[in-house]
Ligand binder design. Structure first.
Ligand code: LMR
Length: 328
């Protein structure tokens, strides 16, 4: 017999889940904000759900809520500390209230490509970052990749001067605010689910995001074009409540940890392919993509990189050096 909750979920379509948890199973709610189809996070979360529900049947049960249907990223970490949700994977720009160590990922032109990001995250320095929020109640379980960010606006962006005077939506990160201020633009923090409408109505002029988000949220429909700047990275930390994690029986915890690690490894290894697919999907849907000449790109680097100086104390010069070593 279908439970009332499952029936309601079917009617509203609120879950991608339909996991119909059985009595006695530990319920693991995973909340996120992106689409599921073609999206690196959506795919990874769905795979995690599938594996948990198959391999841990009788012990645990996962319900994934995508597309900000349960919480947006401004709410989800509070909800996690309250025990209302057990897992999420917000972008590294969304942890300002908990730690400053992730600011290194927001610094413009810190990483040359996703290989460098991957190597840094898997280094000892990167792995230690998973524990950086434990005293605030959050435990990181792994980094999930999305990709390098591109920039778009309601006019062509070929040189940094083109961004001057425009309003750009940013994630709630001090580094990202400083980055747009360095371009004499005006940063506007805003929830992900509101960006399309804000671009459409002109509340903001532009935005920065990865190909999967530009495609998944259809930003290209309401922008003049997207410039392939690869100026920064947008990646995720899979997080859980440290108290909840500690409350699990050892066998449950270690089985769950193994599944998370395997999903992380599998999906991170597929990131180049998923990213390229989304870039192509933007083109196929009629979106305009603008490439920069090496000289143009250099101008963006020169305009934005001075932002590093403002945050060196927060992220540590030794971590910057470690990150840079992976760029060659
Ligand atoms: C954003 O807010 O732009 C991203 O963090 C959304 C996401 O989860 O990819």
């Amino acid at each position: 017999l279908m439970t009332a909750v499952a029936a309601a979920a079917l009617t509203t379509g609120a879950t991608g889940a339909m996991a119909a948890c059985d009595d006695g199973e530990i319920v693991i709610k995973f909340s996120h904000v992106t689409n599921t189809d073609k999206h690196p996070k959506g795919i990874a979360a769905s795979l995690l759900q599938e594996r948990v529900n198959e391999e841990m049947n009788g012990k645990a049960c996962m319900e994934v809520y995508p597309n900000s249907t349960l919480y947006n990223d401004d709410q989800v970490l509070e909800a996690m500390l309250n025990g209302d949700v057990q897992m999420a994977a917000p972008s590294l720009s969304k942890f300002e209230q908990f730690t400053k160590v992730f600011r290194i990922f927001d610094l413009p032109f810190m990483f040359l490509n996703m290989e460098a990001v991957d190597a840094f995250q898997n280094s000892e320095t990167g792995q230690e970052m998973k524990e950086s929020m434990v005293r605030r109640g959050l435990l990181g379980l792994g980094f999930w990749h999305n990709g390098m960010k591109q920039m778009s606006a309601n006019k062509p962006l070929m040189m940094p001067e083109d961004a001057a005077g425009l309003k750009f939506r940013v994630q709630p990160s001090e580094v990202l605010k400083a980055q747009f201020e360095a371009l004499d633009a005006s940063p506007q923090p805003m929830a992900f689910s509101e960006v399309y409408g804000a671009l459409q109505t002109g509340v903001v002029d532009g935005q920065e995001n990865t190909w999967s988000n530009v495609y998944g949220q259809k930003f290209f429909e309401v922008q003049d074009g997207t410039t392939e700047t690869n100026h920064g990275v947008l990646d995720y930390m899979v997080v859980t409540s440290a108290d909840w994690w500690d409350s699990l029986d050892e066998d449950v915890r270690s089985q769950l940890e193994t599944i998370v690690n395997e999903v992380t490894e599998t999906r991170n290894a597929a990131i180049a392919e998923v990213d390229a697919e989304n870039r192509q999907a933007v083109l196929d849907a009629g979106g305009e993509i603008r490439e920069l000449t090496p000289e143009q790109r250099e101008a963006w680097v020169n305009a934005m990189k001075p932002v590093w100086e403002q945050f060196t104390d927060d992220v540590g010069q030794e971590n910057i050096d470690a990150a840079q070593a992976f760029n060659s």
